[in-house]
Write a protein of this length. Sequence first.
Length: 394
Amino acid sequence: MDSYLRGEKAFLKAYGRYDVVLERGEGVYLYDTNKKQYLDFYSGIGVNSFGHGYKPYINALQKQIETLMHVSNYFYTPVSIEAAEAVKKATQLDGVFFCNSGAEATEGALKLARKYYYMKHGKANSEIISFHHSFHGRSTGSVKLTGNPHYQEAFGPLIKGVHYATLNDLKSVEALINERTAAIIVEPLQGEGGLNLCHQDFMTGLRQLCDEHDICLILDEVQCGMGRTGTIMTYFQYNILPDIVCLAKGIGCGVPVGAFVANEKYAKAMEPGDHGSTYGGNPFVCAAVKTVFEIIEREDMLKHVQEISKYLTEKLDELIREFDIVESRRGLGLMQGLVLKDDARPYVKELLTEGVIVVTAGTNVIRMLPPFVITEEHVDEFIGKLKNILKKSK
Ligand SMILES: *Cc1c(COP(=O)(O)O)cnc(C)c1O
């Protein structure tokens, strides 16, 4: 039986998977079981920032496997301390909780914001403001934060007290604020929802509203953080700090790890027994976290992301002028979306056939999340193949 069919028989059908079985990765290329090569322009949904088989990363993990894999969170380990310090430094916040995924990061941030509210009011009746078209994960808490009814419908009753505002519409946020509002959660750059970027005045406005009303500003940088947009956290481009930031995806570059990180004010609300995770931030994943920060710094990767993304966006903008079907481009750094006047899925499928992997966002956006280590040649290869496909649509 072919591998794809074996997979179809063995797995729950939670995903619509492509009829391609990936076997090996090297640099920015992936290879399937028929040895066909694919240019990786999605990084496993914004995870593999260094591409595949990046030696300094692999060496650090191998060393850690031989030293210590897991001890539980009853103990610190040297490597977990180093990882937490690196996260603190990068986020300019004060206290780290390591978990295993993005959903757990948003879930944990939600709990911490509610705990602060509970300590202040003595009541557990807080409300949260999230946004339409947002994405915060699939657990029953985080999926409620996710402003997409389609993901929620079948799974109720979900958590109560979540209301949805409109991105970049401060009035819609103000209208939802009341004395029970504990937190506002927002992605500075929405990923799944279609690469919608928060405007500067909107972000500044959210920070002000949160300060005025003692509300927790949670930024979900699970996808847009960790250097993907050209700064280590996207919020540095807005000149604000959140009260809590959520991280995952690129923080492990392939090992399952997430984190939520709080400032002093919210860090104080966390007490022993409030939250936990058996695996959360074990020595193995912390070796990855620590090494990811080291590599980004040592290799000056943020500068490279800024430069190569400029090249990429220039080429993408040419496509808007050249092809009617291409409406616009949205995004920051190496988190880009090409907005089509058409369903993006057939184009993504065509690209796969041509040996390029990208993903969609919303229904009409081709989303690109290439590894940080791409060069101009890779961009040219990508644009060449994309052009061939767009030409057919003319
Ligand atoms: C992917 C993502 C999540 C969920 O992360 P998982 O690791 O899949 O649970 C949460 N928020 C954002 C912004 C994401 O892109």
